[in-house]
Write a protein that binds this ligand. Structure first.
Ligand SMILES: CC(C)(C)c1nc(N2CCN(c3ncccn3)CC2)c2cc(C(N)=O)c(N)nc2n1
Length: 327
C-alpha cells in the first residue's frame, strides 16, 4: 500500500474511532459493537506501525500508553502556573515592547530564552530536599509525579543549600531518546508516540516510576516561584543561581536591551531548530528586572511581563542532524 492510500484510510479510521470513543465514553451510548471497534482499532495500529510518520497526536492510539490522569494523585499549586501570551510575528513583539515601555515609562531589558517543547513541571524543595514534583494540569491543579521525577537524572534531589524553594521548568524527551523509544515500541508491536512532547507527557505521567526511569527524560528549569529566597534581582541572575544550585538550565539565553538583538536570536534559532537535540517551538521574552515584573503584574491567566513568540510548525522531520551541543 502506498503512503497516500494509508493516509486516507488512517484519517477515515481516526474519524470513525474518535466518534465511537466519544459516544462510548461521554454519551455512554455505544454506536457499534466492541468487536467492530476493536477490529478497526487493530487496523489503525497496523497502518500506524507500517507508516509511523502518519501518526497524529489526535489518533486514538496516542491515548493509551500513559496513565489516565485520574489515576495520579492531585496537587494544588499554591501559586498558579500561569499560561503565556503568544505572538506570531515580530511586529507583535514590537507592540508588546511598546506596551511595556509605556507602562514602565522607559525601555527595559529582556531575558530571552528558547521555548522548549515539552510539558511544564513544578518542583518543591523543603530545607534543600526535593519533596514534590507535579505537572501543570490546568494551572491550578496538577498531578503528583514526585516518584517519577526522582528518576530524572538532571533534577537535583538535594540542593547544596537548605533552601525552601519552588522551581518550574519544562520536562522534555531529547530527540535521540524519542527516536530510540519509538523504534523499540515498533519492534514490540506497541503504539508509537506522535512527537517528543507526547512521549514526554506519556512517560512522566506514569503510575509506575520504573517505566519513567527507562525513558531518558530531561528538564530545563526556567523560573523560581519565590526568588526572594535566593536574593536575586533579575531573571538572568535567577537562572545563574539555579545553575549554581545544580539545576539544568538552557544555555541558549541572553539579556537584550532592544528588540534588534531579539530579531537576530529568532533568525538564528529558526535556522538551528532542527539541529538542536531537543524540540523548541519558539522563544520567550521576559522583562529581566523582577521588581518591574511585580509592578506589571499578571492578568487572570497570563503575566503582563512576558510573551512567547511561536515559530511556524516544523515540517515533518525526516532525518535528525545531530551536531555536538553543550547542553
Ligand atoms: C514563568 C512564566 C509563566 C513566565 C513561564 N511560563 C512558561 N510556561 C507557561 C505556560 N505553559 C503552558 N503549558 C501548557 C498549557 C498552557 N501553558 C508552559 C510553560 C514557560 C515556558 C518556557 C519553555 N517552554 O521553555 C520558558 N522558557 N519559560 C516559561 N516561563
Amino acid at each position: 500500500m502506498d503512503q497516500q492510500t494509508a493516509q486516507t484510510q488512517l484519517s477515515q479510521l481516526r474519524l470513525e474511532l474518535n466518534r465511537y470513543r466519544k459516544a462510548y465514553y461521554t454519551e455512554d451510548a455505544p454506536l457499534v459493537e466492541d468487536s467492530v471497534y476493536d477490529q478497526k482499532y487493530q487496523q489503525l495500529l497496523q497502518l500506524e506501525q507500517q507508516f509511523p510518520e502518519l501518526v497524529t497526536p489526535d489518533s486514538p492510539s496516542q491515548l493509551v500508553g500513559d496513565v489516565p490522569a485520574s489515576n495520579l494523585a492531585k496537587v494544588t499549586h499554591e501559586i498558579p502556573m500561569l499560561s503565556m501570551g503568544d505572538v506570531f510575528s515580530f511586529a507583535e513583539l514590537q507592540e508588546f515592547n511598546e506596551r511595556i515601555k509605556n507602562a514602565v515609562g522607559h525601555p527595559v531589558d529582556y531575558n530571552v530564552e528558547l521555548k522548549i517543547d515539552g510539558l511544564a513541571l513544578s518542583l518543591v524543595y523543603q530545607q534543600g530536599q526535593l519533596v514534590q514534583g507535579s505537572t501543570r494540569g490546568d494551572g491550578s491543579i496538577g498531578e503528583d509525579v514526585t516518584n517519577n521525577v526522582r528518576t530524572i537524572k538532571n533534577i537535583p534531589q538535594t540542593l547544596p543549600e537548605p533552601l525552601d524553594l519552588e522551581v518550574r521548568g519544562e520536562c522534555f524527551m531529547p530527540k535521540a531518546a524519542f527516536a530510540k523509544l519509538n523504534n523499540q515500541r515498533e519492534q514490540n508491536g506497541e503504539t508509537v508516540f506522535a512527537n517528543p512532547r507526547n512521549a514526554a507527557a506519556g512517560s512522566l505521567r506514569q503510575l509506575n516510576a520504573q517505566i519513567t526511569a527507562q525513558r531518558q527524560l530531561s528538564t530545563f528549569i526556567y523560573t523560581v516561584v519565590n526568588p526572594q529566597n535566593i536574593a536575586v534581582a533579575t531573571q538572568s541572575q535567577a537562572l545563574e543561581k539555579m545553575t549554581q544550585l545544580g539545576y539544568h538550565v538552557n544555555p541558549e539565553r541572553f539579556v537584550s536591551h532592544d528588540l534588534q538583538g531579539v530579531k537576530a536570536y529568532i533568525a538564528k534559532y529558526q535556522q538551528l531548530r532542527d539541529q538542536l537535540p531537543y524540540g523548541i517551538d519558539g522563544i520567550v521574552l521576559k522583562v529581566n528586572d523582577l521588581t518591574l515584573q511585580q509592578q506589571l503584574g499578571n492578568t487572570v491567566k497570563v503575566p503582563r511581563w512576558e510573551i512567547a513568540y511561536k515559530f511556524p510548525p516544523e515540517e515533518a522531520q525526516t532525518t535528525i542532524h545531530q551536531i555536538e551541543w553543550t547542553v
